[in-house]
Design a protein around this ligand. Sequence first.
Ligand SMILES: Cc1cc2nc3c(=O)[nH]c(=O)nc-3n(C[C@H](O)[C@H](O)[C@H](O)COP(=O)(O)OP(=O)(O)OC[C@H]3O[C@@H](n4cnc5c(N)ncnc54)[C@H](O)[C@@H]3O)c2cc1C
Length: 437
Amino acid sequence: MTQAGSSSPTRSDDARLPHLVIVGNGMAAHRLIETLAAQSGAPRHITVIGAEPHAAYNRILLSSWLAGDVEQDGLTLTPPHDSDVTVDQRLGARVERIDRTRRLVECDDGEVIPYDHLVLALGSRSAMPQIPGITLTGVSGFRDLDDAAHLAEAAKAGGAAVVVGGGLLGLEAAAGLAARGMQVCVLQRSPRLMNRQLDATASTMLASEIEGRGIHLKTGARLAEIVGDENGQVVGVRLEDDERLLPANCVVIAAGITPNAELGRDAGLDCDRAIVVDDTLATSDPDISALGECCQFEDTTYGLVEPIWHQVEVLASRLCGEPSAPYHERACATKLKVSGVSLYAFGPTEAEDGHEVLSYRDQGEYRRLLLRDGRLEGAVLYGDTRMGPWLFQLAEQGQRLDRVRHSLLLGQADTEALLADDATTDTDPSTTEQDAA
Ligand SMILES: Cc1cc2nc3c(=O)[nH]c(=O)nc-3n(C[C@H](O)[C@H](O)[C@H](O)COP(=O)(O)OP(=O)(O)OC[C@H]3O[C@@H](n4cnc5c(N)ncnc54)[C@H](O)[C@@H]3O)c2cc1C
């Protein structure tokens, strides 16, 4: 049996994994293939099976495509060139069953494909609330190219759209539909927009910017039902505590995601909210790995690509027999892709006991930093977000910033000059001599 080992040395050509099968042809799968193709010791033959009929594409850019900011061609992810790895693609084929005993997968078109190692990169789907009317025509999630194409088609007829969810995805969908000429209303259950990423001030600034673009916002709104006509076409929604119909010929549900874990669960793999993996991305079956939004590491499931890229590195090394540091959780930063709105946030949204709060506000600019014991834990930047990645790096480094706290809000140049001064002033010659010895 060919089995990937986390501590095996680089493989000779003979020891390469003969056939790797990847189920799912989304962003995690594409990045994995790209990474494997660039390494020695990669599996000789890779088959990737994707339920969507399209070649792999950049899902992140669907929002920009809906808003008309990029062409569809700009979404396509090109397969790796100049590699001795053979990659076969099965597009528009859904894997329905894994036979772990015989090590093969069965597709909905009847094809049976054997594997030496299997990677599940199944992603997730829009979480659809169990409310009356959810299956009406004109109600959709915002997850894939087909969803985006349906929304663009619906927008051609004009009229009103309701977007359920005032998080990142909901606001990007709303901006896209508004850019295509629809009257858009966003329903947000929480009292404020992007409540998981933004504090109250940034959220209020964002709300006024969004409303300034003609998008209507209803916070604290709980969807009771979606209403359709006699043909099963959506005509509007009703909220709890409000009898009136909010008209809509298009309803977008962007209120969270559900990991696609069923294939793994049905095959008897350990699953919780998603397919459980260890710090090498192995599932409970050593011949099967999982990564991306369909997997769960410790208590975390995923919705952004940054940690998934890290998973890819760890898994690719293991599949090539290269040593790799184990996967661990890292903080993630959030950006909104609505043109003309810049925000960047990471860490806790609210100040907690022990946090020191530094903030700056001037017209359309807002910065708020949270420090604990002199170390940066969180930031919310609205307006000018150029210093975001640098602040994120400072937080990751866990450097003590007490002496430069006053310049942190001003930016990198001022702060680094002070940090450099500190380094010079703090140099203790005796310590330096000892270190050198
Ligand atoms: C509109 C939008 C905007 C986003 N913006 C951002 C952003 O700005 N920043 C960010 O970090 N993240 C963003 N994300 C999230 C990011 O796209 C995901 O984190 C990433 O795509 C996850 O990769 P994945 O491979 O796990 O899942 P996916 O990319 O969803 O790929 C999974 C694939 O598996 C296929 N599949 C599922 N089951 C089967 C089966 N049984 N057989 C065959 N194929 C199957 C699915 O059809 C799908 O094509 C956005 C997502 C969306 C939808």
